[in-house]
Design a protein around this ligand. Sequence first.
Ligand SMILES: C[S@@+](CC[C@H](N)C(=O)[O-])C[C@H]1O[C@@H](n2cnc3c(N)ncnc32)[C@H](O)[C@@H]1O
Length: 196
Amino acid sequence: MEEDEEQTEEMEMYNYVGQEIVIQEGFDSYAGMIWPGALALSQYLDSHRSQLNLMDKAVLEIGAGTGLLSIVASLLGAWVTATDLPDVLGNLTFNVSKNTRGRCRHTPQVAPLSWGYDLERTYPTAIYRYDYILAADVVYHHDFLDELLATLKHFCQPGTTLLLANKIRLDKCFFLKLFDYSVTVFLFILLFHRAH
Ligand SMILES: C[S@@+](CC[C@H](N)C(=O)[O-])C[C@H]1O[C@@H](n2cnc3c(N)ncnc32)[C@H](O)[C@@H]1O
């Protein structure tokens, strides 16, 4: 590699559901990196298989980033749709397809979903009903917090379980707003980070 040539991609290896998962990371956006929330939820899903059985369940991930969590849910037998902003779907599609082809009961889908945008037209509630919504580290400093709440509200129908893992950031009251929604079970893994 030339001295001034920047490395833009890196492969990271993980092991969940007894399978080796290779994730291509990119460093041009937040979506290209694996965040602590994705690792926490992947570990949780893998180690709580008997309590939280994802077999044949309809699962939607929002802000899926590299796709690690969606891959783990797929390997656990769920019918998964991994979503993110349209311009980051290339790497997401690459990782999901590379790690699930021939290994999963249901082929996972990758689809665009911009929080708060055109939800009822693109994902009408009468048609799209999910057993689980996965959200890992989607709460941080960005301009779409209201749209994120509206998106969770849209998909959290009666009978839906929201699994959210996030480092504590911003005003902690933000997280409490999520409890306003009528979700059957609400798993909330908050990752505490001690500032230096
Ligand atoms: C901090 S990253 C977390 C990625 C992944 N969930 C993880 O934990 O590794 C936040 C993710 O939310 C996505 N995102 C940010 N704003 C968004 C928006 N307005 N609509 C949809 N996705 C968005 C980003 O593209 C990115 O993939």
